[in-house]
Design a protein around this ligand. Structure first.
Ligand code: DOR
Length: 440
């Protein structure tokens, strides 16, 4: 099977490509990228004039919930949501039930993902047994089974000795530690950012310092052990400064930010909409500006969704009872385009790098590039397409989005994985007839 994607603006940060090219896909791989590729009889043409063609996105922070909480999400629904959001590779967090702290769970996730066969799913193994922060997980066998990183996401590793040992041990396997930075003694039972809004609402606050103390500790441990540590969902201006300084000093640190943290502020909580309840919490305009500056100057390497689906019943409780979490796979790209590219805060090449090549590099996975010979994982984007976010229309089981009702600009309109169309799903199921019309 040969496919030519014609006439798009192709952006491939890994190879510093940004220009109008045709892309030839043969079988599962990218065969050529040239100004003008002539079709042969057996070639299927995709007319992508006016569109962007970028590497399939890489979301390094996703909660798929299976095994154990299939009422919130399954590997199948999560992967459908992924490809609908232009994501062809994702790393899934181990806070499933049971926790992914041993090879049988990792193996199960991999097998389910293979059966679903929509996106590349890379499991992340737990740092500690049951993510209880007491003893190390089966790190070696997790590595043998193919995890791409270790994390106790959702629960920070409070014991610095355990974190030190984990960092030292993980170096044998050349795998990064992904750290959910939160001092739980300081965040206590906080619900929202500590400040004016926590005072006004009476909801218990989580101070920025709960994050920043742990970012500082992890920077120190990364320097001590050689790391590497990847800081998940950075939310505060102070964390950005600490990471910037650490990187200047050569510490083996990388970092990610979520679209909700660089787009929304704590004032949203005033509506008591539990879809604004997330950990770490939404913070202030000053924090949002610092996060965007961090993206601009390279302090923050990646944009990740922290896709955290919950059921309607769970989110329809009082604010203090509802679980933390926001779904993000299907808004990751659109929120990024709307709030970073269309506002001219970040150029397109840098933005795409943070959504594809950079996270792939951090996880050392073969993704995030349109190099000749690479797997044809591709996202075709209409950068001007406007749509209104409606949670109930997501492919994800989770509808818990604070972007509900917002108009976004820019959307993935087609996703290919290993040379096969996986989104739109009807297109994927059907033939290639009239493909060229499908992008109009
Ligand atoms: O808001 C969050 N939800 N933050 C986390 O760290 C975990 C996640 C979840 O698993 O629901």
């Amino acid at each position: 099977m040969k496919i030519i994607i014609q006439g798009a603006r192709v952006i491939d940060p890994a190879n510093k490509v940004d220009g109008r090219f045709d892309l030839l896909i043969e079988g599962t791989k990218i065969k050529a990228m040239e100004k003008d590729i002539s079709p042969t009889k057996d070639t299927h043409l995709i007319n992508a004039q006016g569109k962007l063609v970028v590497p399939g996105l890489v979301d390094m922070h996703v909660h798929l919930r299976e095994p154990g909480r299939e009422d919130k999400e399954t590997i199948a629904t999560g992967c459908r949501a992924a490809v609908a959001g232009g994501v062809t590779s994702l790393a899934c967090m181990p806070n499933t039930t049971p926790v992914n702290d041993n090879k049988s769970i990792t193996n199960f996730i991999k097998r389910r993902a293979q059966e679903v066969n929509l996106a590349n799913v890379y499991p992340i193994g737990a740092i500690s047994r049951g993510s209880m922060g007491e003893e190390l997980s089966e790190m070696a066998e997790l590595h043998e089974e193919g995890v791409v990183a270790y994390s106790d996401d959702g629960k920070p590793v409070m014991n610095p000795l355990l974190m030190r040992r984990a960092l030292e041990y993980a170096q044998l396997f050349h795998l990064p530690m992904i750290s959910h930075c939160e001092d739980i003694h300081l965040s206590a039972d906080g619900l929202v950012n500590e400040g004016l809004i926590s005072t006004l609402t009476g909801l218990k606050g989580i101070p920025r310092e709960a994050e920043e103390i742990m970012v500082s500790r992890d920077i120190i441990l990364a320097k001590m052990t050689g790391g590497p540590i990847h800081i998940a969902h950075v939310s505060s201006a102070g964390s950005v400064s600490l990471i910037r300084q650490a990187k200047k000093e050569g510490a083996p640190i990388t970092a990610e930010v979520t679209p909700h943290h660089f787009s929304l502020t704590e004032e949203m909580v005033l509506r008591f909409d539990t879809n604004t309840k997330v950990n770490p919490p939404l913070r202030t305009k000053r924090d949002v500006e610092a996060l965007i500056e961090g993206l601009r100057d390279g302090t923050i390497d990646a944009i990740a969704s922290d896709h955290a689906p919950h059921t309607l019943a769970e989110k329809e409780q009082e604010y203090n009872l509802a679980p933390f979490g926001i779904v993000g796979l299907e808004t990751l790209l659109a929120v990024s385009l709307t709030n970073l590219y269309h506002t001219k805060k970040l150029d397109l090449d840098t933005l795409i790098a943070k959504l594809s090549y950079n996270p792939a590099q951090i996880l050392k996975i073969p993704a995030g590039t349109l190099s000749i010979g690479a797997k044809a994982d591709i996202c075709i984007i209409d950068p001007e397409k406007k749509f209104v976010v409606i949670g109930s229309q997501f492919y994800s089981k989770g509808e818990n989005t604070p972007f509900q009702g917002q108009e976004l600009i820019g959307a993935p309109i087609m996703t290919l994985r290993a040379g096969k169309i996986v989104y739109p799903l009807d297109e994927a199921a059907g033939s290639f007839n009239n493909l060229s019309n499908s992008l109009r």
